[in-house]
Design a protein around this ligand. Structure first.
Ligand SMILES: [Zn+2]
Ligand SMILES: [Zn+2]
Length: 414
């Protein structure tokens, strides 16, 4: 397959140079006009226009703002390419000249990069239909950051209204040297579960603790005990993260409040570990409430849930082989699962077809190498940081190339 991929990808990508100024302009435009989850009307409109201009059959408003573009190009597999479009409620601090013009909203996860990549790749594939066969399905998805968009598209009939893909492909910009791609077979992003826990006590005057059941102490004790799940109940060879991000109780120093709120986030890479951790949280929360003599059982409310994202082994190897053939092996890195989460996995799971998700580096290679040598990789701004600013080149080119090569690993094979 190596040589075929190299030759078909080189032909399809021959026009990339001419297209890149447009891809860069699109990126800058979307970066400076970010839209929050499920409100991506402007971005979706631009994506739909790009697809129409390139000759796609376009459906808009799938799952509110989702866009689906199709090119039916003869007998062959259907390949679905996906990008997410939403921004975050974060005030940008990158200082780039094309920074967000919307107060308090910015593309700090890089979904603007994903839109630009996919628009570029979709255009190049449409322009070179003689080099491949099959059906290309391009999906711009809303609401990834709140785990709602993939589900919204599926609930809006995605599976019935569009052809079943042979494979679903997606990519994310991440910390890593620009010009490289990274991934592996098996779990690639973690399952994430967010929960709200409300602990009930009995309020009283601060001077009379005997009249109270203090939810502050109950919550403090619960937060500490939750730390023992990962340290004492999860094997060293497994992994999990439990982070309490919100701890709220009380309004005044001499008033013991009635209740306390804990909001926490769990990351796991294995269905069995996930089940164990979630059950352990429930057990500890209930037991701590009982230990305090709480008047009511705590309320545990799920906030959102991202599925474990598993790269199909065969499909993942096919992608890795195509990437190595096109990019050269040095630019293709192996990376284990990232403790980030994605609702990308919903598509493959819903259709019951293989999916592959990979990462594209967004850091200046020199800056990355220096940080690595100094043992300071953790100091590079990561996704969701207000300073997350991928370098434009070659990050833009690499993502366009990776999407094209990935699609051709199926479409050019026939
Ligand atoms: Zn994100
Ligand atoms: Zn993201």
């Amino acid at each position: 397959m190596g040589q075929d991929i190299r030759s078909s990808a080189s032909t399809v990508l021959a026009n990339m140079g001419a297209l890149m100024p447009g891809v860069e302009a699109l990126y800058r435009d979307i970066h400076s006009h970010p839209e929050l989850s499920m409100q991506e009307t402007r971005t979706a409109g631009i994506a739909a226009d790009k697809l129409k201009g390139a000759g796609y059959e376009v459906t808009t408003g799938v799952g509110k703002t989702g866009v689906v573009g199709l090119i039916r190009n003869g007998e062959g597999p259907t390949v679905m390419l996906r990008a997410d479009m939403d921004a975050l409620p974060v005030t940008e601090e990158t200082g780039v000249p094309y920074a967000s013009k919307v107060p308090g909203v910015s593309h700090m996860c890089g979904h603007d990069m994903h839109v630009a990549w996919l628009a570029g790749a979709a255009t190049l594939l449409a322009q070179s239909r003689e080099r491949w066969k099959g059906t290309l399905m391009v999906v711009f998805q809303p609401g990834e950051e709140i785990a709602a968009g993939a589900r919204a598209m599926i609930d809006d009939g995605l599976l019935k209204r569009f052809p079943t893909p042979a494979v679903v492909l997606g990519q994310h910009v991440m910390v890593g040297p620009a010009g490289t791609v990274a991934g592996s077979a098996g779990p690639i992003t973690s399952a994430a579960d967010s929960l709200q826990i409300r602990l009930f006590g009995r309020g009283a005057h601060g001077s009379m603790p005997q009249a109270s059941i203090d939810p502050v102490v109950m919550a403090a004790s619960t937060v500490l005990r939750l730390q023992t799940i990962v340290s004492r109940e999860v094997a060293a060879t497994d992994a999990a993260v439990i982070t309490v991000g919100v701890l709220q109780a009380g309004t005044k120093e001499n008033v013991i409040p009635d209740d306390a709120i804990i909001k926490l986030n769990v990351r796991t890479f294995d269905a069995g570990v996930r089940k164990h951790v979630l059950e352990a949280i429930e057990r500890i929360v209930n037991a701590e409430a009982a230990a305090s003599g709480a008047p009511r059982k705590p309320e545990i409310t799920p906030l959102d849930q991202y599925p474990l994202n598993v790269n199909d082994e065969k499909a993942s190897n096919r992608i890795a082989e195509a990437f190595r053939a096109y990019f050269s092996p040095e630019r293709v890195k192996h990376t284990g699962p990232a403790p980030a989460s994605e609702d990308f996995g919903c598509f493959g799971t819903a259709w019951q077809v293989p999916s592959v998700f990979w990462f594209v580096g967004g850091n200046d290679p020199e800056v990355y190498a220096k940080a690595k040598a100094a043992g300071k990789l953790n100091e590079l701004p990561v996704n969701h940081s207000p300073k997350f600013a991928p370098v434009l080149h070659p990050t833009l080119e690499t993502g366009v190339e990776a999407m094209v090569v990935g699609a051709l690993a199926w479409l050019a094979a026939g």
